[in-house]
Design a protein around this ligand. Sequence first.
Ligand SMILES: NC(=O)c1ccc[n+]([C@@H]2O[C@H](COP(=O)([O-])OP(=O)(O)OC[C@H]3O[C@@H](n4cnc5c(N)ncnc54)[C@H](OP(=O)(O)O)[C@@H]3O)[C@@H](O)[C@H]2O)c1
Length: 218
Amino acid sequence: MGEPIGIIGGTGPLGTGLALRLAAAGLEVQLGSRDPQRAGEAARRLNSLLDGGVAAVTGGRNDEVADRALVLVALPYDAVRATLQELARSLAGKIVVSTAVPMSFASGRPEPVQLEAGSAAQELAELCPDSRVVGAFQTVAAGQLLDLRLQLDEDVLVGGDDRQARKEVATLVERIEGLRAVESGPLATCRYAEGLTPLLLRLNRLHHAQTGIRITGL
Ligand SMILES: NC(=O)c1ccc[n+]([C@@H]2O[C@H](COP(=O)([O-])OP(=O)(O)OC[C@H]3O[C@@H](n4cnc5c(N)ncnc54)[C@H](OP(=O)(O)O)[C@@H]3O)[C@@H](O)[C@H]2O)c1
């Protein structure tokens, strides 16, 4: 199966949803957590949902997961800085994928938060200057990923300054059935993907739907 994909903060809805879909596609995944027991429990739960109960998902501490060659960061935006400051050295040279969407609910509705760095993905790149940072999955709803009966049918914008890393992440995205990767260019383009998510959440409320994005004309 090859080297497992690591997911830091992997026990939440997005981490477990991505792990489930990637494992269903035949990849090995290691979920990271502050508490390895919690990661182990989440991994067992996911394996029980997979055909034949294959043990494709394992659990570990976030620092163990940071040793993987390709690491998805599925932490809440507010937890990224403190967690990655400690892991930046292990993540040097690795492909690190930012999924975070900085949002506020000050008005009772989801609003994008403007960041000085431009985007959460660019902040992550500042925290891990020796990593190959790529942004992806910001517009994909975890609830859709977690229900294997649902056929996915949407695009995922993939932005990053390292073209080879971007291509590898795009290939990973497309291992998940029903997702198409659309490379958006440099890491600075991640602000657009991150900014779309509050809109999608508003659309979900307004239309009682579960929305995603599709780029036409490609
Ligand atoms: N949920 C979605 O549909 C969705 C969609 C697109 C993008 N995103 C983005 O994906 C990221 C993850 O979303 P999520 O909903 O899965 O997040 P979440 O459930 O809030 O958090 C994910 C995991 O992060 C760990 N964590 C929580 N607080 C922490 C802290 N203070 N320090 C260190 N670790 C902490 C927890 O794992 P342990 O307790 O096991 O350590 C938790 O299970 C977010 O940045 C979000 O913006 C989410």
